[in-house]
Design a binder for this molecule. Structure first.
Ligand code: TLP
Length: 344
């Protein structure tokens, strides 16, 4: 395995040698005509794995979230989401621009929007109010610390949403990490959502792409929105073929990333001046290094000197992924401990 010493995200992962071969050999056709065999195979496989009628290959997680939301709302509707969710914070406000949607952010508990909060937020029928039509959830929740929402939590939200005729969109960019962390089949998590988006290009290491799954009807609409957004691809089999390997060969190894994240958190916790902020359940460690008395520049430089790319904070996220092994973490922790001691 080629080393990839980069803590900034799991989006930095490189395709495996097998993915590169698959891309080179992929059968292709024009996907806008529905004629790319590799894309068709990937979509069928994703629908089966996620327990849905149909799936759609999209360029990115952001595009997948957008087309899912557009396919289930009308202009002027209100949607409920978590205040630190990726859709609310990191998707350029696209759903307001493209969908004319109102957003109603709610504070979650470690990323989970509690059912009673959903219930209180849903608008009653009133001439003054927009219609609440969709609930968006994120699993695992990135900014809460990569925390997987449990089946019980998802079911509880689903019951309230269902009782109020609200659809649910699940941003499952890292849903396979959640399934592995909880020790459940991914279908048990996706069953409590009408649409689910999963990313191939994060911990699963594919170079490009995400998938959206749902009913035939909603996926047909999402496909049209994807075209509207310029996401109708042609010989996309070249990128779908690595995606098939991502889904079939790269899911089970995510446990290694969770183990290296735990190792990293334990090591960082032993360094005076660094605080680990989240319970580490998947592949993310959030830290506060302000106790070191270093500037962000010092932090970046120290990590760089040890051979790593990182983000700066002082509250910052470190992600583990394919290309990082336990021995790399141990070497990093030893090196950082020495640097901290030499500067104090
Ligand atoms: N997240 C990226 C950055 O955009 C922050 C990262 O490094 O974590 N949903 C969730 C929960 C995500 O974390 C991301 C990417 C997306 C959606 C969007 O996926 P892409 O980057 O493929 O558009």
């Amino acid at each position: 395995m080629e080393k990839n010493l980069d803590f900034r995200s799991d989006t930095v992962t490189w395709p495996t040698p097998e993915m590169r071969d698959a891309a080179a050999q992929a059968a292709v056709g024009d996907d806008v005509y529905g004629e790319d065999p590799s894309v068709n195979e990937l979509e069928t496989l994703a629908a089966k794995i996620l327990g849905k009628e149909a799936a759609l290959f999209v360029t990115s997680g952001t595009q997948g979230n957008a087309v899912s939301i557009l396919a289930q709302t009308n202009r002027g509707d209100e949607i409920i989401l978590e205040v630190d969710s990726h859709i609310y914070l990191n998707e350029v406000g696209g759903i307001a621009v493209m969908g004319g949607l109102m957003v109603r952010p709610i504070h979650g508990a470690l990323g989970w929007i509690k059912p009673e909060d959903i219930k209180h937020t849903i608008r009653a029928e009133n001439i003054h109010y927009p219609k609440t039509s969709l609930l968006c959830i994120e699993n695992p929740h990135n900014r809460a610390g990569g925390i997987p929402l449990t089946i019980d939590q998802l079911r509880a939200d689903w019951e309230v949403a269902n009782a109020h005729k609200l659809s649910i969109h699940l941003d499952g960019a890292r849903l396979f990490n959640a399934a592995i962390a909880l020790g459940v089949n991914v279908k048990n998590l996706s069953q409590y959502a009408d649409t689910v988006m999963v990313c191939l290009s994060k911990g699963l290491s594919a170079p490009v792409g995400s998938l959206v799954a749902g009913t035939e009807e909603v996926i047909k609409k999402a496909r049209k929105y994807r075209k509207m957004l310029g996401g109708g691809m042609r010989q996309a089999g070249i990128i779908a073929a690595p995606g098939i390997i991502a889904l079939t060969k790269m899911v089970d190894r995510l446990v290694e990333d969770h183990n290296t994240a735990k190792l990293l958190a334990e090591g960082l916790d032993r360094i005076e001046g660094i605080k680990v902020l989240n319970p580490v359940r998947t592949n993310m460690v959030y830290i506060d290094y302000s106790g070191l008395g270093w500037s962000d520049f010092d932090w970046i430089n120290a990590c760089h000197a040890l051979g790593w790319k990182t983000r700066a904070g002082p509250v910052t996220r470190l992600c583990t992924h394919y290309g990082i092994e336990a021995e790399d973490i141990n070497t990093f922790i030893d090196g950082l401990t020495e640097l901290v001691q030499s500067k104090s």
